[in-house]
Each structure stands twice: as C-alpha cells, then as structure tokens.
Design a protein around this ligand. Structure first.
Ligand code: SAH
Ligand code: SF4
Ligand code: F3S
Length: 487
C-alpha cells in the first residue's frame, strides 16, 4: 500500500459530525474531508469538476512543498490543471532576489483579469515571500482580489485554511512568525514517479549577510532520522530510484535533535535502503563540510558524484562581509581535497556579483577560484538588496554598472572552464537516469549522469525512470548528445 493510500484511510476515518480534532495531522485530515464535501457540492451544482492550478516559483524546497499542496488539493477533490485560468490558483512564492517578487506582482495582474471573467475563481499565495510584512501590506492594499494567504511555517495547515476560504466570502490571511512543529503524514503528489525530493531539515541559522532565507524560513529544524528513512523506504517501494535530500545547509543536519546524528551517518542509513539507486543532496555549506562526509561519499555505491558547494565570492574580504565564515584559501583547499579524494566528482557552485563594497579586483579573486576549481557548472547572480538583511543597510552599495561589468567577465570564465571540464567525459560510457522526453525533439530522451551532467539520447517514453548506459558522443558546453548502448 502506498503512502497516500494509508493517509486516505486515516482521512476516511475522520467523523465530520464531531468537532475538528486538536491533534495534527488528524486535524488536517478532517479538514481535507470537509473541503471535499464543499467541492463536491459546488461541482454538482456547476455540472463540471472544479479545477486547480499550482505554480511553484522557488527552489527545490519550494518544489517539494508544492507537491504537498497538490497532494492536498487532489484529495480535496480538485482536478489539477496546468492552466492558470482555473477555479483555484495557488502561487508558491520565492523572495531570494527581488526579481522573484516582481514576477509575482506581474502575474497577479494577469490573474485578476481572469478572475473578472470567472467569478468562481479563488486565488491563493503562500511561500517565502509571504513571510515579509511589507509584501502582506502591499497585497492587502493593492491586490484585494487575493483570497488566501499563508506562509512557510503553517503550510501544513493548508487544508484548514482552504476550508475557511471556501466557507467564507472574505479573505483569509494566516502568517506565523516561526514554528518548532514538523507535521508528518499529509498527502503528496510527486511530479516524477521515479525521483523525489525528501526534506531532511527546514530553515537556516547561518545568516549570510545578503540572504533573506533565515528570516522567511526560520531557524534550523531537522526531521528525525526514522521519519526520513520511513519516507524513503516508502518512496523506494513506490518505484522511486533517486532521492534528493533537501536542506539549506545539510551539513549541519541533526544538530538540534535529541539524539545527535550527523549528515554522514544519515547518508549511511539511506544507502542501505533496497531499491534505491541514487542519492543526491543539497545544499552543502563549505564551512561545515566534514571529512566524514567526503569519506562516506567516496565509499558509497549510491551517492551521486556531485557536490553543490556555493562559493558566493572568491575574495576573502567580501566573504567576511558576507558572513560566510571561510576564506578563499579554505575554500580552495576543500575543493582540492574533494577532487583528490573523489576524482570523478563534479563540483557546482553559486556566485553573487555586486555585493556591497565589491570592486573589480574582488571579482578577479572570484575568477581566480573559478579558473582553479573549474566548476562543472556555476549559477551566477547579480546581488539583490533584500530589506531587513545586514547587507541592505551597508552604505557602500555597488553601482549597477560595476556589478554588471564584473558579472559579464565572470560569466565568460565560468562558461569556458565548465566547457573544458565537462568535455573531459567525451567518449565515455556512463549510466544515465532517463528523466523525460526532450521538449524540443521528441525522438530524444533527457537523462542525467551521476555527476549531474545532462545527456540527450535517442529513446522513447517507455525508458523513463530507467538507468541506462549511454555513450557520450558530442559535448555541447554544459550537456552531451549520446547514444544508449547495450552492455
Ligand atoms: N542555502 C543555500 C542557498 C540558498 S539561496 C546556500 O547556502 O548555498 C540560493 C542562492 O541564491 C545562494 O547560494 C546565493 O548565491 C543566491 N542568493 C541568495 N541571496 C541573494 C541575494 N540577496 N542576491 C543575489 N543572490 C542571492
Ligand atoms: Fe542563505 Fe546562507 Fe542560509 Fe544559504 S546558508 S540559505 S545563503 S543564509
Ligand atoms: Fe526562494 Fe524560499 Fe527557496 S526564498 S530560494 S523559495 S527557501
């Protein structure tokens, strides 16, 4: 029996004649059932199913949260659609950079137009951006057509809030400042049948000076190993071959648990799960990456040959102002140690250009690290000022033109070094997990190597979810074109 079947049984067991239970997750199971009654009645009246559309705008953690939202919406009786012109639309927002916020406001304008034509339409917003007071004020004032708003800490309460929204004609807003709760056992619909994200921890305690995440996601909380392992066993039984363990800083996993467990120890346990073939994780903060973790990766048959190790800057002075707690030299030493111990590993990174006080000489330091480490891939971002963070209050904000110049210079080196590094695989035959039919050419499948490199190769949909040996024939910068081979 799958995880959702078990949850469905728990839900059916709720007696709607009684008041809602005080305990979680039973309380939410009760409200899903309540929602279902209302939605069924509405749909009977309209003579068609009610549709819902969920849009995820953030990182992998948000994507996993969206799978929970969809699980709940489906159980409540909505028919999911990709079309935003639906009876219920929910945006799971991100606020890590300001352009994420601007995107939400832009799309809300479009939704408003749709809502005017479909009076049944209800609009909900949740996720990181909703944890900002100024955003809530703006939406209350200028986006009155939004019906439901909640944040990151009370996402588990979605069924109850959805019920309140369906019951009332008014607006429901519920934002919590923090939580120490982790509610397990709510329905989930996975985007991919063969791979899944798994939360190992929530929140962040690092307070990098540019970053808003600790303010909108709250303090670090680790899930108990037994809950994580139980979830992965269940996923493997459902046909999942690859899991991605998720946390803002997985290397500090377990620190707040009663029985202290390290991330490396957790990985050893995950490795033992039958049926599971690949383990990924993100993100690793360089300051906390232990030798034990490198050792576990080295010995593992299942942990993928990929480490996402955000550098942010190669200038020790800027790193210090960013509160990253490592120097350029410490980062380089760590990267070399990893490359030495696990030669076939890919290291990818995140870099910010334009942090307050950053000069073109600082960017040269970053470029120097990129030249030395030769990241297989690097995500480069222009610094975005986030209200409430220490960096936003710094007086020496970098002029946009300087940031842009540094950014363009860096990007060129990132592309050149990545191409050089990825090209080393040319001609090799390596296992790739077939993930989807290529959107541009349906005769091709898109697969992923253990080291996270993408390869496109001829195949059909029946191969999706399988790990197959693929010969890497032509390198196109960050990806390959190849051919599956019989071994
Ligand atoms: N926990 C992860 C990162 C989460 S945010 C880590 O520590 O690596 C993802 C990336 O967004 C960060 O690595 C950083 O490069 C970028 N980022 C965060 N805040 C930013 C800001 N204010 N401006 C530009 N980029 C930012
Ligand atoms: Fe943000 Fe730093 Fe936490 Fe990553 S580790 S989420 S960059 S504060
Ligand atoms: Fe964005 Fe929140 Fe993730 S701010 S990056 S969606 S944790």
């Amino acid at each position: 029996m799958g995880q959702n079947d078990e949850i469905k049984k728990l839900m059916e067991a709720q007696d709607l004649m009684l008041p809602p239970p005080g305990q979680e997750p039973q309380r939410q199971h009760y409200f899903i059932k309540k929602c279902r009654e209302i939605i069924r009645a509405k749909s009977d009246k309209m003579g068609r199913p009610l549709t819902a559309c969920s849009v995820c705008m953030g990182c992998q953690m948000n994507a996993r949260d969206s799978e929970k939202l969809i699980g709940i919406l489906e159980q409540a009786g909505y028919q999911m659609t990709e079309d935003e012109n639906a009876d219920f639309v929910i945006y799971n927002t991100c606020t890590v950079r300001d352009n994420a916020n601007q995107k939400v406001y832009g799309r809300l304008g479009v939704l408003n137009g749709m809502k005017k034509k479909n009076p049944h339409m209800r609009i909900a917003l949740c996720g990181c951006m909703m944890q900002e007071e100024s955003v809530i004020q703006k939406i209350k004032k200028s986006y009155r057509f939004v019906d439901l708003i909640f944040g990151t800490h009370n996402i588990f309460k979605f069924p109850e809030l959805l019920y309140r929204m369906l019951e009332s004609d008014g607006r429901v807003i519920d934002i919590w400042q923090s939580t120490d709760q982790i509610v397990e056992d709510l329905p989930i619909v996975r985007k991919y049948p063969f791979k899944s994200g798994v939360n190992v921890m929530f929140g962040c305690n690092n307070f990098c000076s540019y970053c808003i995440v600790p303010y909108v996601r709250g303090r670090e909380r680790s899930r108990r190993p037994k809950d994580i392992l139980r979830e992965i066993v269940q996923l493997a039984a459902d046909g999942v071959v690859e899991v991605m363990l998720l946390g803002q800083n997985v290397n500090s996993y377990g620190k707040n648990l009663e029985e202290s467990v390290s991330f490396a120890e957790l990985l050893r346990e995950v490795e033992k799960i039958d049926g599971l073939e690949r383990i990924r994780f993100m993100t690793s903060h360089p300051k906390d990456l232990s030798d034990e973790l490198i050792q576990v990766m080295k010995e593992s048959q299942k942990i993928c040959r990929h480490l996402h190790l955000p550098l942010q800057s190669g200038s020790t002075r800027i790193l210090q102002a960013m509160n990253r707690r490592y120097t350029k030299e410490q980062y380089l030493e760590l990267a070399w140690k990893i490359r030495r111990e696990i030669p076939d590993i890919a290291i990818t990174t995140d870099i910010i250009v334009g942090f307050p006080g950053e000069t073109l000489e600082d960017v040269e330091e970053t470029i120097d690290v990129v030249r030395q480490v030769k990241f297989e891939n690097a995500f480069t971002f222009l610094y975005s000022k986030r209200t409430g963070t220490p960096a936003a209050a710094m007086e020496n904000q970098t002029p946009e033109a300087v940031a842009k110049e540094g950014f363009d210079k860096l990007l060129k080196v990132v592309q050149d070094t990545a191409r050089e590094r990825v090209a080393l695989l040319q001609g090799q035959t390596l296992p790739a997990l077939a993930e989807e039919v290529n959107s541009q050419d349906v005769s091709l499948l898109t697969g992923r190597l253990s080291n996270n490199t993408i390869v496109h190769f001829p195949g059909d949909a029946s191969m999706i979810g399988k790990i197959m040996d693929v010969r890497l024939e032509a390198c196109h910068g960050f990806y390959y074109v190849g051919k599956a081979v019989q071994v």
